[in-house]
Design a protein around this ligand. Structure first.
Ligand code: SF4
Length: 109
């Protein structure tokens, strides 16, 4: 299962974390939702491969601890999504398609 690119239509903002939105549903620790809007990471798909952290040229991602989540106990958090230059590398390298990047999305929300 890949991240839903239409999540802004299909989900609601339920929280803020490190300056970005969190799109629910969230039921911690098993269900964590999507973090970010311009750069969106589905935490319920992310398995902490780390390719996005290594490859992002402007360091958008940092690890955040998610103890008790069934996929992985750390997640790639888009803490610096405002720095994104839309190169799409993270989308290409993610082995589980947990990331979607859309520069127009922030303005539509
Ligand atoms: S699209 Fe490029 S700049 Fe933006 S978060 Fe992904 S790797 Fe980083």
């Amino acid at each position: 299962m890949a991240i839903d690119p239409q999540f802004e239509d299909n989900r609601e903002v339920v929280d803020e974390h490190e300056g970005h939105k969190v799109w629910g549903p969230v039921d911690e620790p098993e269900q964590l939702g999507i973090h970010g809007t311009h750069v969106a990471v589905d935490f319920d798909i992310c398995l902490a491969d780390g390719a996005c952290l290594e490859d992002c040229p402007v360091d958008v991602f940092e690890w955040t601890d998610t103890p008790g989540h069934p996929e992985s106990e750390i997640k790639a958090d888009p803490v610096n999504e405002a720095q994104c230059i839309d190169c799409m590398l993270c989308v290409d390298v993610c082995p589980v398609d947990a990331i979607d990047v859309d520069p127009g999305r922030t303005d539509r929300v």
